[in-house]
Ligand binder design. Structure first.
Ligand code: ATP
Ligand code: MG
Length: 208
């Protein structure tokens, strides 16, 4: 998307990365509250192509995950589903994505990478964590079942000077894993994600 057209203005671009298998209300609430708390102009929902940490698991096709992300974000003008990572070959590394976005946008566009408490906990082990720290401000949201303070300590202990903003969001104990499990058992997933996503899952026989 076009941002940074007025060189006098600072644009704040959020990036919500994930496998989104499928996207759910936990992701949407996290992105929305991060947008509000950090005054972001736009949030890109970026499904991972071949997720770095999920090489050993069966993951739904990138096109299906992207399509569901489009459906879930369609009604919100501040959210955009991005093909950026799924159109790249091979394993997706956040550092590479942020570097490419940094190269694409002018300097008056600031990057904010949004994660839940579990993802931030992994961050020090991420490929090229030092680069991530230099490229984007991190927004770490609370997530039920994960200790944000432990994540905070881990980031401190890394010795890398991450700029992390911690935000407290209404607790939604929803995970894609749980949704996949419920669908496979023929249980209801209503109100865990949007009706459009649920319709897509059913229509395409996902997670059976
Ligand atoms: P899976 O169970 O397959 O791992 P997930 O629900 O964890 O799926 P991901 O695509 O792995 O979803 O997560 C993408 C990002 O969204 C991560 O930064 C994760 O921490 C965050 N996130 C996911 N669910 C929630 C939630 N319920 N509350 C807050 N953050 C969340
Ligand atoms: Mg996850």
């Amino acid at each position: 998307p076009e941002l940074g057209l007025d060189p006098q203005h600072e644009y704040r671009l959020g990036i919500m990365g994930g496998t989104f298998d499928p996207v759910h209300y936990g992701h949407l609430v996290t992105a929305e509250q991060a947008r509000e708390a950090l005054d972001l102009d736009l949030v890109l929902f970026m499904p991972a192509g071949s997720p770095a940490f999920k090489d050993d698991e069966v993951v739904t096709s990138a096109e299906d995950r992207y399509a569901m992300t489009v459906l879930a974000t369609a009604a919100n003008a501040d959210f955009i589903a991005s093909r950026f990572e799924i159109d790249r070959d091979g394993t997706t590394y956040t550092a590479d994505t942020l570097r490419a976005l940094r190269a694409y946008y002018p300097d008056n566009v600031k990057l904010f990478f949004i994660t839940g408490a579990d993802a931030i906990l992994d961050i020090v082990t991420w490929h090229d964590a030092e680069s991530i720290a230099g490229l984007a401000t991190l927004i770490a949201a609370t997530r039920p079942g994960y200790d944000i303070n432990q994540a905070c300590e881990r980031v401190e202990a890394s010795g890398i000077s991450f700029d992390v903003r911690y935000i407290e969001i209404p607790a939604l104990a929803i995970s894609s894993t749980n949704i996949r499990q419920r669908v496979s058992e023929g249980k209801s997933v209503r109100y865990l994600t949007s009706e459009s996503v649920i319709g897509y899952i059913r229509k395409n026989g996902l997670y059976r």
